[in-house]
Design a protein around this ligand. Structure first.
Ligand code: NIG
Ligand code: FE
Length: 396
């Protein structure tokens, strides 16, 4: 994944493949990567671990969009959805985001931390070494702080790197009496300063949608959060277009979802530094079409793929299966998919030392039990890494 362009189409021939390769690791960092014979000559005193069966070594995956801190299930929503019920019918029957808010608000903090650690460790075993985790099932001071503290605690109990994001702007809580603007103002003036004091997060997210927050209110919110020093990402264009333009205009790091993006949003994203994050797990969970990843790449956008792992729309949480299944439908090359899970996901989280196997980067790596990297998508995500390293230490 070294030296790949961050934007636009990629052919497999553009991948750098080192045959009979080796990696020199010191203090958790990659020092050199080349064919192993030349490394043996150059680093004769290194401690050596030979792997003598064919393996494909990749950077650890970066999942730049998840909601893995939650309690309870939404299997009732799912059953209603596959029985043909609409979003509104499910919400009226007590489902939707608010159901997870209710369950997460009453969960004790230790349970939330344990749930998050368990999901992060499952990801880690499947080669995902860096994971973004959002709040957004608290939606009041106590609930959001409980979630973000649980995410911070979870980060101390898993080898995966967790990057937390405040999604207090997931929806206006049903028990908040004021307007959407007043709620977002409360987030800016009351909640965000506490996050800064406790160093719980320096990122915000907002769900822009007819059922969540409007374009105008979200624009004001993102500008305000930016002035307070928060980086931003946006749930954009999931069911209706509008959010991606706000993400680009306000300089958000990423615009995520994009299932409803039109040519206009595709062009805006392609001409910006905002990463277009597509979430095939949400399309699978909701039974809807994929985001136009092929068109985004053809237009020149930077496309990352993330799991959106959450109890409602994306309960599966298997990033590689989701990416592989989407690639078959959207006609994404192996190079485009692997870049979308590594080097192109890193800027969405402002990571400077992850997503590539190059000197100076963290030795976050995974090895697949095959001699041909094309097998990874061919088996549609069922081939899992046989070995995973976080900062040079084996976790498998
Ligand atoms: O990314 N789109 C909004 N939020 C989540 C869903 C979360 C939920 O349903 O609990 C998403 O798909
Ligand atoms: Fe999401």
């Amino acid at each position: 994944m070294a030296g790949l362009s961050l934007k636009g189409t990629l052919q497999d021939e553009q991948l750098t493949v080192i045959e009979k390769g080796g990696v020199v690791v010191e203090n958790g960092e990659i020092v050199a990567i080349a064919d192993y014979r030349s490394l043996l000559q150059k680093y004769p005193d290194s401690e050596i671990a030979f792997i003598d069966t064919p393996m494909v070594l990749l950077p650890g995956f970066i999942d730049c969009h998840t909601h893995i801190c939650y309690d309870g299930t939404r299997n009732r929503d799912y059953a209603m959805r596959i029985a043909g019920k609409s979003y509104l019918e499910i919400a009226r029957a007590g489902g939707g985001i608010w159901d997870s808010v209710t369950k997460t608000r009453i969960a004790d903090p230790v349970t939330l931390t344990e749930n998050t650690v368990a999901r992060a460790n499952r990801h880690l075993k499947e080669g995902v070494t860096t994971i973004e985790v959002k709040s957004g099932y608290g939606l009041n001071m106590e609930g959001e702080l409980k979630m973000l503290r649980a995410i911070q605690q979870a980060g101390l109990h898993t080898r995966a790197t967790l990057v937390s994001t405040c999604l207090a702007a997931h929806m206006k809580p049903r028990d908040y009496a004021g307007t959407e603007d007043e709620y977002l103002q409360w987030v800016l003036t009351e909640l965000l300063p506490v996050l800064q004091q406790e160093q719980l997060s320096n990122r915000v997210d907002i769900f822009i949608e007819e059922t969540a927050f409007s374009v105008a209110a979200a624009t004001r919110f993102l500008q305000g959060a930016g002035r307070q020093g928060f980086a931003a990402t946006v749930h954009a264009d999931q069911f209706s277009a509008g959010g991606a333009a706000v993400a680009v205009e306000t300089g958000a790091l990423s615009a995520d979802h994009l299932e409803a993006s039109t040519e206009k949003e595709i062009a805006l994203l392609a001409n910006s530094d905002t990463v277009a994050v597509v979430l095939p797990g949400a399309s699978l969970g909701l039974g809807m079409h994929y985001a136009p990843a092929r068109k985004l790449l053809n237009a020149g956008a930077s496309v990352a793929i993330a799991s959106d792992w959450n109890p409602g729309s994306a309960p599966m949480g298997d990033l590689l299966i989701q990416a592989a299944v989407m690639s078959a439908a959207e006609k994404l090359s192996t190079a485009e998919v692997l870049a979308a899970l590594t080097v192109r996901a890193a800027p969405a989280l402002q990571l400077k030392d992850a997503g590539q196997l190059v000197a100076g980067y963290a030795a976050d790596m995974q090895a697949y039990p095959t001699g041909d990297y094309r097998d990874i998508l061919y088996y549609q995500g069922k081939m899992k890494p046989a070995m995973v390293w976080k900062k040079g230490e084996p976790v498998l």
